[in-house]
Design a protein around this ligand. Structure first.
Ligand SMILES: Cc1cc2nc3c(=O)[nH]c(=O)nc-3n(C[C@H](O)[C@H](O)[C@H](O)COP(=O)(O)O)c2cc1C
Length: 383
């Protein structure tokens, strides 16, 4: 029996896949759908004292054709998503009177998301706590490049409520660790990350930006964001002792596992739920369970942070070590040969089986590792 539930700051989630603040958590009805779709806990859309005035258009998919160019790759791998949505355009009073009650009716733990100044979070924090939410995530998206305002917001919220609070950090900072350390004394966990940006995307058919926000800017999310998110999760997990919740680019159980191995205790999904619908939460949970089962793990905790010990402080090596090949797994597809800029791979006939397989020309191999990551069957590997 695989243990899939997780406990964070005293809150027990039936599984580690939560909603994220965004359109798929925009009101009580959306949160009920997320619960039915299999989410382990509900994080609601961010509210502030003033409802947002959201520019339109505010959602766009980008890089949609990108990954189709390499045979054997699925379209899901590199697309990105852009938004100019801001926080909730529903008045906070309606969240308190209606939306949180509907979400609570699911029986799942409910985390409110609030922003942005110390005064705002203090006032809203007390109100959402009274409304019965189980925890509070506070967005630091518009707080700038200095850890001090973040610390002030965290302190103000901590002093105003008794329920667990979580700081959600944004990725437009070269080094996240001073920010994580600044909020650590006040928070019960850290959520990483929000969208990256601002970014710009032009529709070349019209010559116009896809989004209607200021300067046509949008904020990047989806698979294009995942490596940035995983890096922040790992950096934070190494810098602080508080639980980390990973968010950014999760479309599958494998993406969630990557976040968890980087140190996340649970994950949140936003873009995936916009595009696939609420069924994504249950699908990702099933894929996590399947991975744990087939890899001999008993629980989510078994894999939490296991990648951190492999993250080197200095370069791993500077000499070229050619990768090995498992000829049984090689299908002879030739993707590695095409991708090898050093022309160090050739396709040959396996003398034992007569099958077409790849071979490394060792004296030309730069040891770059691209053939290892591009091989669709993992036939190429480093010892
Ligand atoms: C359309 C949209 C609206 C969002 N609104 C909020 C928000 O109100 N508050 C917040 O903290 N994050 C917000 N986010 C950020 C997401 O919660 C999440 O951190 C980010 O999109 C990365 O996850 P993903 O790649 O799964 O989308 C929003 C993201 C999108 C795409």
């Amino acid at each position: 029996m695989i243990e899939i539930s997780v406990e964070i700051a005293g809150i027990r989630f039936r599984n580690p896949v939560l909603t994220a603040a965004g359109p798929a958590s925009r009101d009580g009805e959306a949160l009920i759908k997320a619960a039915k779709g299999g989410a382990g806990g509900l994080v609601a859309k961010t509210i502030s004292l003033k409802p947002a005035e959201v520019p339109r258009p505010c959602l766009a998919i980008i890089n949609r054709e990108y990954s189709l160019r390499i045979p054997g790759f699925k379209a899901y791998t590199t697309f990105g998503f852009q938004n100019a949505e801001l926080w909730s355009d529903i008045p906070y009073q309606r969240w308190i009177e209606r939306e949180y009650k509907l979400a609570k009716s699911t029986g799942l733990p409910l985390i409110a998301s609030i922003g942005y100044t110390p005064e705002e979070v203090s006032r809203l924090g007390k109100l959402v706590e009274k409304a019965g939410v189980d925890g509070i995530e506070f967005s630091t998206h518009y707080l700038g490049f200095d850890p001090r305002p973040l610390e002030e917001v965290a302190k103000s919220l901590k002093e105003s409520v008794d329920i667990p609070i979580f700081a959600k950090l944004s990725p437009h900072l070269p080094d996240i660790t001073p920010f994580a350390k600044a909020v650590e004394p006040y928070v019960d966990g850290i959520v990483a990350i929000n969208t990256y940006g601002p970014t710009l995307h032009i529709d070349i058919e019209t010559g116009k930006p896809l989004l209607g926000g200021e300067n046509g800017y949008g904020w990047l999310s989806g698979p294009a964001l995942k490596p940035i998110a995983v890096r922040y999760v790992a950096d934070i997990a190494r810098a602080v002792k508080k639980p980390v919740i990973g968010v950014g680019g999760i479309m599958s159980g494998k993406d969630a596992i990557e976040h968890i191995m980087a140190g996340a205790w649970a994950v949140e999904i936003c873009t995936g739920a916009i595009l696939e619908g609420p069924e994504i939460y249950g699908r990702v949970v099933r894929e996590i369970e399947e991975f744990l089962k087939t890899h001999g793990y008993d629980s989510v905790e078994d894999i939490r942070g296991i990648a951190l010990k492999w993250i080197p402080e200095k370069p791993l090596r500077t000499e070229a070590i050619p990768p090995s090949l498992d000829p049984r797994k090689c299908t002879g597809c030739g993707i590695c040969e095409k991708a090898c800029v050093y022309e160090a791979i050739e396709m040959i006939e396996d003398i034992k089986t007569g099958k077409r397989i790849s071979r490394t020309i060792e004296e030309r191999c730069y040891g770059c590792g691209l053939c290892v990551s591009i091989c669709p069957t993992r036939a190429r590997y480093f010892e």
